[in-house]
Design a protein around this ligand. Sequence first.
Ligand code: PFF
Ligand code: NA
Length: 433
Amino acid sequence: MITERWSSRLGFLLAATGAAVGLGNIWRFSAVVGQNGGGAYLVPYLIAAFACAVPLLVLELAIGRHLRTDVISAFESAKSGYAPLGWLVVGGVFLILSYYLVLAGWVLGFLFSWLVGSQVTFAPFTDGWLPVGYFVVVTVLTGGVVSLGVRGGIERLARIVMPTVFVVLAALALYAATLPGWDRAATFLFTPRFEALADLGLWSVAFGQAFFSLSVGQGIMLTYGSYLDEGTTLLRSALVITVADIAAAVTAGLVIFPIVFSFGLEPTLGTELAFTTLPAAFATMPLGRVVAVAFFGLLFFAALSSAVSLLEVGVAATANTTGYGRQRATALLTGGVLLAGLPSALSYSPVDLAFAGRPVLDLVDESVGTFALPISALLIVYAFVWQHEFSRVQADLGRLYPLVRYALPAVLAIATGAKAAGVARPAWRLLVG
Ligand code: PFF
Ligand code: NA
């Protein structure tokens, strides 16, 4: 039974927004949008967010608040013997955290380098051991925040970080509006292409990104919901979190793409965009160093508050199921994630750890970071809506209930199927030769 609580509704909203707004909004969103034709991608993304992610967010918050427990025990309450499904969800989150911290470490490394004026770019950075060192630093920092508890750690961090992140993001967007490439960027981002809606792959990418970005379907919001007081309206909270997350992503797009177009860079570079392309522009643009420090600083703090939420899922589950205190559970999991993340960290280091020719980090991102998300979401809907109808949860969902019960599993199954087909084809070719 969980006894910790957020100190106020605002504290909860900041913490949940802190969980949502992270690398997904800035690094991943711009990569995905750039590779999927800009505005063409935005329509399925908004539909995925509002029609699917919002109801699921309400569902998770409702389960957490009703059961007042962690993900593993919650599954066990849905049906006895279901705890292993909870382990799967918690394990998935743990693996996401393991490479998320590596990326957050790169961001910290870039922040320091631009702060001291050495203007690092990607290739020399990942040719050295610094990425591994920064991974360790960020992991220990994340563990430190979580060990301080729900109010003293997670909420306090969010209260400082989130307002700053939004102010800095807005300031950068104003700066980007003065660049010559702004018009092209806005056209690229906001021109919808309705014929692209016939592309199933685009939908699948949009759903994956919406779930990743909103931290939904992974037990994160379930865990945060378990610290929520009775008075908070869940639908309104879910909408606030969603709008804030989308606003952060779109604003980040309005920072990144004007730079990309103004400096003749390629919008389709994907993962490399934030780490290779942008630093090249920072190095030549007016006020480049200030912009770089603001950009990597905001990215780092957004990433830290998200990493904290990912770690909290495992810590709450471990503390609750073993009876360990928060400190001990945090120490255990922080140590565990240092080990689990090491292969990803080493894949961008002098060791270049790779599997089938691909860096381990990319493989974990594509498998767990993309594929496991809808599966975890399906498990949650299956256990808490199909197997056991908690009347309180049903009441909290209200008119969203049929959406969660019927539409959501159908959409998730299609998204998973489409992705499975996409993964199976190259894997099969790899095997057959
Ligand atoms: N939502 C956060 C982001 O957009 O960076 C962190 C995150 C949560 C990533 C859950 C992935 C995930 F499955
Ligand atoms: Na996000």
